[in-house]
Design a protein around this ligand. Structure first.
Ligand SMILES: [Zn+2]
Length: 63
């Protein structure tokens, strides 16, 4: 079973092309999330955060 938490980002949270990891608070760029699926404090960067992150782009008016 997969438990996900969806977070709608507001302009104030999307600072300089990234966000704070909701698990550890490390600044993580959108590029890192897309490329590595983890946060800037994750193992791939020498940290210990095990957050698994992904981004959805939502088109609100597809018709
Ligand atoms: Zn993190």
């Amino acid at each position: 079973m997969t438990t996900q938490r969806r977070i709608r980002l507001a302009e104030s949270e999307a600072m300089e092309g990234g966000v704070r990891c909701p698990k550890c608070g490390s600044y993580t760029s959108f590029g890192d999330i897309v490329a590595a699926g983890g946060c800037g404090g994750g193992e791939w960067r020498g940290g210990d955060c095990d957050a698994s992150l992904s981004l959805d782009l939502v088109l609100e008016n597809p018709e």
